[in-house]
Design a protein around this ligand. Structure first.
Ligand SMILES: *[C@@H]1O[C@H](CO)[C@@H](O)[C@H](O)[C@H]1NC(C)=O
Ligand SMILES: *[C@@H]1O[C@H](CO)[C@@H](O)[C@H](O)[C@H]1NC(C)=O
Length: 328
């Protein structure tokens, strides 16, 4: 009697665990999860954190590059590692797009990927390495630390023209910007928080001079315009990325809400930066984020989780690249 009941219970458990197992597998195949590499690469997050820390102390700006990679990869057909693919003879990749001008330090992403490959070969996508290294880069710069869902797969498709068509130009306006962010289902405060990443990094003179010459953009702080003219002394800067101005003169290497205080004084490098303060739709959030760093961080993290999960490849789609710079 006892035995019989046991076996009924046991077989019920077996059936239950088959069902649970099936639904777990299905969930993993269908999407992303916080524990995606728990079995297949348990040291992953530690490896990336160590690598990002190591690289940060060699080249602090690389942490900013890692953060930028997230935006520039995910914006173009979802976070799929497409940004990392080098141009081939006769086929230009996203890195060749004018919209990605000045993006650099891609080699470090491949260094991180190589460390991961030696611990768990063929398992972790470059798309996820972009997300994890960007996330850790933001934390190294003093920004918020947050958990991310993983399990993205890498695309084999990449083209300069996709980046040209999708990434907003440097002189974008608030309407275009909000529409662009709306495509990712980001709210206005989330969009404002994401652009707060301009608290680090630099703007190249080729993207500044049209606000300085022949006449100074009236939405630019006059004192600040004089400084920018010193940084960019000629209306025709050289086409390489040598002349630039830091986005946040106060704390250029710290991920904080100083960006919002700057744009309230009309000291944003890009037209859009100041426009976010001048536009009544975005101004209340600029003012609130300028006052409240934890509101900025919390909204930024919300925005990142939406933005980084938009239209990703999962399951059997795409591939797991061996190195980030080329398809397998
Ligand atoms: C878009 O955002 C709204 C509000 O946050 C949410 O209810 C909706 O499910 C989201 N839609 C998609 C497709 O993610
Ligand atoms: C422009 O910058 C100066 C110097 O930093 C500052 O004192 C002034 O308030 C700013 N102007 C505006 C309109 O915010």
């Amino acid at each position: 009697m006892w035995m019989a009941r046991m076996s009924v219970v046991t077989s019920a458990l077996v059936i239950l665990s088959i069902l649970v197992g099936a639904s777990v597998d299905h969930a993993a195949a269908a999407g992303l999860s916080y524990e995606f590499y728990k079995e297949s690469c348990p040291m992953l997050e530690e490896i990336v954190r160590k690598e990002v820390t190591r690289i940060y102390y060699i080249h602090g700006n690389a942490a900013i590059s890692f953060a930028r990679n997230i935006f520039h990869d995910c914006a173009v057909q979802g976070c799929d590692g497409s940004l990392m693919l080098k141009s081939l003879p006769g086929h230009e990749g996203e890195q060749a797009s004018e919209r990605n001008f000045g993006m650099r330090n891609f080699k470090y992403v491949d260094e991180i990927k190589a460390s991961i490959e030696s611990a768990c070969p063929g398992v972790v996508s470059c798309a996820d390495v972009v997300i994890l290294s960007g996330r850790d880069g933001i934390a190294m710069l003093g920004g918020p630390h947050f958990e991310v869902r993983l399990g993205r797969r890498d695309t084999r498709e990449f083209s300069r023209s996709a980046a040209d068509a999708i990434l907003p130009p440097h002189d974008t306006d608030v309407d275009t910007f909000l529409k662009f962010m709306g495509n990712f289902n980001l709210s206005i405060p989330q969009a404002v928080a994401l652009i707060g990443a301009h608290t680090v990094g630099r703007t190249h003179c080729i993207h500044l001079v049209d606000r300085l010459y022949p006449t100074v953009d009236p939405t630019l702080n006059g004192t600040y315009a004089e400084y920018l003219k010193k940084r960019c002394p000629t209306p025709n800067p050289p086409p390489n990325a040598v002349l630039y101005s830091r986005n946040d003169r106060g704390t250029p290497m710290i991920f904080d809400n100083n960006y919002f205080r700057n744009i309230m004084q009309l000291k944003g490098s890009l037209r859009l930066d100041n426009a976010l303060y001048l536009d009544p739709r975005t101004r209340p959030y600029v003012e609130r984020m300028a006052k409240d760093n934890s509101y900025f961080f919390a909204t930024f993290v919300e925005a990142m989780s939406i933005f980084t999960e938009y239209k990703v490849l999962t399951g059997n789609e795409g591939e797991i690249r061996k190195q980030c710079k080329s398809v397998n």
